[in-house]
Design a protein around this ligand. Sequence first.
Ligand SMILES: NC(=O)C1=CN([C@@H]2O[C@H](COP(=O)(O)OP(=O)(O)OC[C@H]3O[C@@H](n4cnc5c(N)ncnc54)[C@H](O)[C@@H]3O)[C@@H](O)[C@H]2O)C=CC1
Ligand SMILES: O=C(O)CCC(=O)C(=O)O
Length: 525
Amino acid sequence: MPKVLISDKMSPKAAAIFKERGVEFDEKPGLTKDELKAIIGQYDGLAIRSATKVTADILEAATNLKVVGRAGIGVDNVDIPSASAKGVVVMNTPFGNSITTAEHAIALMFALARQLPEADASTQAGKWEKNRFMGVEVTGKTLGLIGAGNIGSIVAERALGLKMKVVAFDPFLTPERAEDIGIEKVELDQLLARADFITLHTPLTDSTRNILSRDNLLKTKKGVRIVNCARGGLIDEAALKELLDSGHIAGAALDVFVTEPAHESPLFGTPGFISTPHLGASTDEAQVNVAIQVAEQISDFLLSGAVTNALNVPSLSAEEAPRVRPYIELAEKLGLLAGQLAKGAISHVTVEVEGAAAELNIKPITSAVITGLMRPISDTVNMVNAVHIARERDIGIAEVRHERETDYHTLLRVTVKTEEGERSVAGTLFGMKHPRLVELFGIKVEADLDGSMLFIANEDKPGFIGKVGSALGEANVNIGTFHLGRRGQGGEAILLLSVDGDIADPLLWTLCKLDGVKDVKALRF
Ligand SMILES: NC(=O)C1=CN([C@@H]2O[C@H](COP(=O)(O)OP(=O)(O)OC[C@H]3O[C@@H](n4cnc5c(N)ncnc54)[C@H](O)[C@@H]3O)[C@@H](O)[C@H]2O)C=CC1
Ligand SMILES: O=C(O)CCC(=O)C(=O)O
């Protein structure tokens, strides 16, 4: 039974789902890094929010870990490249807390417009400072959205309902989508010059880090009010403090900080500054949503191989998983065959699907092909890191889906390019379950790819098969199955044998010396 660690405070719904699905789990929120490192090796899955830092160090100790599930959106607390390199799937729950976070941004915008926290503190201190707290309306004002994805779009919808004008800077926002939402797509400088309120809704990446830099903050309209419910690091905090002090910026509300938890900050106590302790996702509804989603996704993955909302591996629904699984086996075997027979460095791989296979999600099939292909050169390759490893080695990958009729109900072809040229292998599923090779280098040859096998390419000549049989007999190697194919009478021929036990080098040398032999290779599946 797989075992999961819930290492952050999470709605009890997550535990309930694991129990219901028969997944063993421990709940240990608040572990130190060393405590987590000491126990992580026992677990197949890890369910986290933002407090647990899944570093390369933790992943190194996580010898059984297969999946990390983030109950939330941002995964900047997970070292995804290290997870990918270790073959650990990283998932998030991209929609469960978006409404809640968008509502928090709107709440902070109103809090800034009407100075609610200061007015509350003053009133409760018995001061009744009615003249001190003059606010601004949001109606008719321009809201500048930096990032118009899930949360940004919800903020835009709410703001339009409040009769605001919304402009957005998001290089990946299409004009059609902007029109659908009812917002104007602008460049960053235009947004800075026009917005009365600015709200940020991007992840923290190299392109968004410090997007509200000192220079950019200076380009904003005097009296602008800024909300950040996305990630610390999007705004230059020191410049923000100076411009609040100078009065250029009328107000700023931060839910997120460069360093969290933010127990101290030069911004604290600055007039016009409001903060919340990363509460964007903290509502009962959002926490129930993300806890249920993450527990279901982790359970599905550990129990059935279904992949949902993964950031480092293609998705595979629970419904698709049983249909795709036999292809994954076939794909890995074909990849392994192509990889073992490739001569020289592989520069490109093409994965083609035909017949029933063409109706399936090709991404996991491609990952399985590359896994097989890389297996002879990497001990740690798996479905998660295969494509990543291939890219690191500059191996191009193409996927082709053919709608045409074929001799087979379903067919998968893998073509590998090296400096020696292109060579392809193809296979099908017997009974839609059992992987079977049907073509090798364009020659029809049928075989199960299992255990220890011997590949020989030779000129089609009388007496050759007898000589191979004798050589194997003399080396005391028992032949299990024997498969033959040829390009035409007297042309290139192929022999594929399954044998009991390993094939030692002296036997390969003997076979290489046989008249008409072009290639000999011991294969392992
Ligand atoms: N405060 C909190 O508790 C929470 C914070 N978040 C944060 O909110 C962020 C946004 O979440 P979603 O809207 O769901 O993500 P999303 O992926 O749907 O949207 C992000 C948008 O940012 C845009 N973007 C990327 N690079 C950009 C750039 N250089 N300039 C402008 N736009 C850029 C993308 O095109 C995308 O449209 C998350 O990455 C997360 O860090 C999410 C949930 C809760
Ligand atoms: O889990 C949380 O409270 C933080 C949520 C968040 O930042 C996210 O989902 O990106």
